[in-house]
Design a protein around this ligand. Sequence first.
Ligand SMILES: [Zn+2]
Length: 351
Amino acid sequence: MLRTIIAALSLSLSLYAPLYARGAAVVLQYHHVDVGTPAITSITPTDFAAQLEYLDDANFSILPLSQITDALKSGLALPSATIAITFDDAYSSIYTEAYPLLKKKKFPFTIFVATNLVGSSSHYLNWQQLAEMADNGALIANHTRSHLHLLRKKADESNEEWRQRIGEEISGAQIEIDKHLGESPRLFAYPYGEYNQDVLALVASLGYEGFGQQSGAAGADSDFLALPRFPLAGNYAGLAAFKTKVNTLPMPIRGASIESLLEPGNLRPELVLNFTEGKWRTGELTCYGPGGKMDIAALDSTTFRVLPVMDVPIGRSRYNCTMPANEPRRYFWYSQPWIRKKDDGSWYAEP
Ligand SMILES: [Zn+2]
């Protein structure tokens, strides 16, 4: 019933709201909505409420994530300021703090759950709470069973054994979700936002759309296995920055995502941006990476090569590129994640 209402509501919005021709949306990513949890993955309930208030006042269209991906994939237009709200990991504050505010606003949202965590302690949501939220606008989606690092092969594990193990982590989580809540759209969020081409191929073979934790807006030309989200926590949760982020548009470039796991001989990887036809302000393209502002070279009128001024550090990092859009106060945004192992080939510790 609620899905029908949301669908009808968004249809009427898409008829009357101004449209961004190619379809675009910004996906927000939260973890805790709490004051006592680690700042790096938390937003305070007060700040979260202020963000929802802004989205409401400024007439953003908050749509279910699956509806957004379906529209982008099939080339349908979306309202010019379309947002999806997502939470990772199934922390209990989603129910106690975020859900009452979202319910009051009638904003749909998605929770990517690691199913082994569900009901495991009072820090996590239980299936009853998830079911109640699913009945009130929430979509419950896949974040593996055990919230593992997908790229980290075990000692002596073959590629096939790795595919088998990770495949069971993803498919097993989906079986749990479907069993408790009914069949849910195949949407997957990479734990820690970590993926490489092997992980993307596996997720594709299982029939999912994938979401990372790299910044940027999603569009029809996005890689649907590595869709961007804006993490909103700690220093990144301020309202001024939030307003910029929710108004971003997908960088008008072509091409699938590139390998994010770096080899020892390639620690200053180039990023090549191939712009689509259009009147873009490429002279104002700006990128930041390790060491600050990056060097940009035009290879031809639509192709730009971006290089960092120092090596990508060990761990997870990103290049962030922005360019002013043709609408006032809006920016195109694209982010490329990188993963670099320690120099002895072992994995970095999770902070
Ligand atoms: Zn997570």
